[in-house]
Design a protein around this ligand. Structure first.
Ligand code: PNS
Length: 160
């Protein structure tokens, strides 16, 4: 069974990598799908995010990286995927995630959303938190892979 793991991944964190790794043990194939969202001003281009995710998942042979525009369910159908994979961190995630899952179900009833509880050590972690710390020169190497941390500091013009 193919699962799509959609998201912004701006940038990928250890929390995302935990979900990808555990998802790759549950599904035959996991496609990490980076959303091209023209209405958002990201830190990294979609190409750069794909490069970062590819680098961090090179040890996982059944994980593929791609990008998409438009609706996640349309992309999932195109890829013949039956599952959308999402991580749940804390209760505040639940409302938005449940709304998305229900909305997606009304659009493509045959596609199921499967939630994995994020590892508890990453329950506080988000791409936004990482960016907030990094722009003030704070330590992020415990939150994102080293190569990604280097990219982030470089983008903010911070020398470490
Ligand atoms: O990493 P994120 O930003 O929490 O991911 C959100 C994402 C990309 C999964 C969500 O915004 C999404 O699926 N966007 C595509 C548009 C879509 O399908 N909308 C309908 C579901 S509400």
């Amino acid at each position: 069974m193919i699962a799509i793991y959609p998201g912004s991944f701006d940038p990928i964190t250890f929390g995302h990598l935990d979900i990808i790794t555990r998802g790759s043990e549950l599904f035959e194939q996991v496609i990490v799908a980076v959303l091209c969202n023209p209405s958002k001003q990201p830190l990294f281009t979609v190409e750069k995010r794909i490069e970062q995710i590819r680098y961090c998942t090179q040890n996982l042979p059944n994980v593929e990286i791609d990008s998409f525009t438009g609706l996640t369910v349309t992309y999932a159908k195109l890829k013949s995927a039956k599952v959308l994979l999402r991580g749940l961190r804390v209760l505040s995630d639940f409302e938005k995630e449940l709304q998305m899952a229900h909305t997606n179900k009304t659009l493509q009833g045959e596609i199921e959303t499967v939630f994995l509880a994020t590892a508890k050590e990453y329950s506080f972690l988000s791409s936004s938190v990482v960016k907030e710390i990094a722009q003030f020169g704070g330590e992020i190497t415990h939150l994102v892979p080293k190569k990604v941390a280097e990219d982030i500091y470089k983008t903010y013009g911070i020398t470490t």
